[in-house]
Design a protein around this ligand. Sequence first.
Ligand code: MTE
Length: 331
Amino acid sequence: MKLRPKEPPSSELTPEKLYLRRREWLKQAGLFVGASAVWGGSLVALMNRGAADPPDVEVPVGPDPLAGRARAEPPADFDTDEPRTPFEKVTTHNNYYELGLRKTDPARHAGSLRTRPWTLEVGGELARPRRLDLDEVLGWFALEERVYRMRCVEAWSMVIPWLGFPLGALVKRLEPTSRARYVELTTLMDPEQLPGQRDDVLPWPYVEALRMDEAMHPLTLLAVGLYGRALPGQNGAPLRLVVPWKYGFKGVKSIVRLRLVEEWPRTTWNEAAPDEYGFYANVNPAVDHPRWSQASERRIGESGRRPTLPFIGYAEHVAGLYADLDLRRHF
Ligand code: MTE
């Protein structure tokens, strides 16, 4: 059967029926403006699959802060043997609104992000709230390579060899109290380094969160690298979340704060457009986005489309986490 997906327009993540305030800014950014979003009385976030991107972005490769770090064997049944998306695609087709709205903007502008030294503040319901140097944290864990599928809510996907350590290992080490029910992770807030934060396209800083059992699941990774070396800025250096069975927007980048909390945390896309971006954001071909089908996806670097699998193929590992939930309602 030929799949005939209903393609989303070029402004994708954003809700309909909303009006645009920063038209000039978006025009400068070269974006096609169709639907747009109002958040808190202001504008807008656009996803922009249709925007014409100059193809000549180069990804500088400098000294690798992960060189010499211990490596560990990942659990064998987590890796996919599907062809990996080429490095050039993984690092030039990005969503990182703080570094621009077009897909190649983050690669172009990532030079403004300073990733060492890097402090991770840990707090909330844990034994000892404190500020940790990222390199100290990296000394606690051996790095594992995990080859995961990643699917964006915009219906494109990639296969990426990440380098990182399980979020659960860090949470355990921080000794949660019995009141900890969610893990909340927050991106750096610094408009000097992340100039997109000067524009209120989203409620900054970018925040994401997981239920504690999701955070402790062995598939859930804190990534510090890809393709065997440190993450480029555009991919969320120096520390980003990877939850392969969820839409990519759960994968908060450039994390500076981890909090264990009792109350359900507010998360960025859910706050901006709750009808379109659920808290769970589990990849689910049976639940369409209000404006496009989620039944199939475009694998970056390939032609045509492929059907999207429930939890993008990780159902055997994670479906049990949601046995009690109606996934149509809790999308
Ligand atoms: N994190 C921050 N801080 N800002 C963002 O705009 N975009 C999200 C997620 N994390 C985003 C973010 C979205 S929509 C996706 S699909 C993934 O990052 C993309 O990750 P990649 O650029 O490494 O492919």
